[in-house]
Design a protein around this ligand. Structure first.
Ligand code: SF4
Ligand code: MG
Length: 324
């Protein structure tokens, strides 16, 4: 009842040319409570955008379960899924590409209301005016076109469209990554204000540890299609347990806020996801690697408490063998 989104063992394999398979998302389980913002952080190519789309069933999973607001999303018919989509919206990274340049801003924001047949036409027009005000755009914006607006303003248009139906969940896939730093904080502040006003939950995807820390209640760290660490935000940033998370956090070079927003990349390259390493996926880059890391997949351990789980997949946290 408290859970808004529950995914269990979600997997997406993409077949590629030449007969190979990319394991974009590999056995991800995640639970999001109502009103909670869950951040997903990782390098580009780790599968976080695919995970975001899987959660909304915009991409069809290879296997696994998705329950949203009590419904088994994979069991829904196309029409039942369309109706459910009212409660789950997405904001994309690129505010240039995600808005139809031939539609006026008013039509773009009104479209979801039209599709779901909300209110009369006059009521929908009034609603658009209210939405423009909520996201801090001038009222004459409705008659204008996306190209007349800056990047930050275009992302406000995307946000107005996403909240038009008063969804319960908004999946935000790198919503500020394409924007200048000063504009990033304005858009983030708007998202925080809207979350309180509209009681939204965000599933917030970013490669930027500063952004994730600012917006999230809990954070999942993704590596090669898997969640390797999951904890509430303060625990994770104060005491990162997985060597990958530690590497991400130490890759932040300076306390200077302008500098803090750099892309976090630990030493070494992300392996080709077509050929994930055996054992622990991080072992080729891990400073703490042990022999069995190269062959044995680490199990998930809770190093927190039952009430405040801190989950980590790493052999460093395996219980010591007990002698008989
Ligand atoms: Fe490093 Fe081994 Fe832990 Fe993987 S399981 S992160 S290789 S110590
Ligand atoms: Mg992405």
């Amino acid at each position: 009842p408290d859970d808004l989104l529950v995914v269990e063992n979600l997997t997406k394999h993409f077949p590629i040319k030449g007969g190979g398979v990319i394991h974009a998302v590999n056995g991800v389980s995640l639970r999001q409570r109502r009103g909670e913002t869950v951040g997903i952080v990782g390098e580009s190519g780790c599968g976080k955008s695919t995970l975001a789309r899987l959660c909304l069933r915009l991409v069809e999973p290879t296997s696994g379960e998705i329950r949203f607001d009590g419904a088994d999303l994979r069991a829904l018919s196309a029409s039942a899924l369309r109706a459910k989509r009212r409660d789950m919206q997405i904001i994309f990274q690129n505010p240039y590409a995600s808005l139809d340049p031939r539609m006026s801003v008013g039509d773009i924001i009104r479209e979801p209301l039209d599709i779901h047949g909300i209110g009369t036409r006059a009521e929908r027009l009034r609603e658009v005016a209210g939405l423009l005000e909520k996201v801090g755009l001038p009222s004459d914006a409705a008659r204008r076109y996306p190209h007349e607006f800056s990047g930050g303003q275009r992302q406000r248009i995307g946000i107005a469209r996403a909240i038009a139906l008063r969804p319960k969940l908004v999946v935000a896939d790198e919503p500020v990554s394409a924007l200048d730093l000063s504009i990033q904080s304005q858009v983030l502040n708007l998202m925080v204000a809207l979350r309180a006003e509209l009681k939204l939950s965000y599933l917030f995807i970013s490669h930027d540890l500063g952004v994730i820390r600012y917006i999230s209640d809990r954070v999942a760290v993704m590596y090669l299609g898997q969640i390797v660490e999951l904890a509430d935000v303060d625990t994770l940033y104060a005491g990162p347990a997985h060597p990958y998370t530690r590497a991400l956090l130490s890759a932040i070079p300076q306390p200077d806020p302008e500098r803090r927003r750099v892309r976090a990349v630990p030493a070494g390259d992300l392996p080709n996801p077509e050929f994930p390493p055996p054992g622990c996926p991080f072992h080729p880059r891990c400073p703490n690697v042990m022999d069995h890391c190269r062959s044995v997949v680490p199990a998930e351990r809770n190093i927190g408490t039952p009430d405040r789980p801190h989950l980590v997949n790493c052999h460093l946290y395996d219980p010591a063998p007990t002698s008989a």
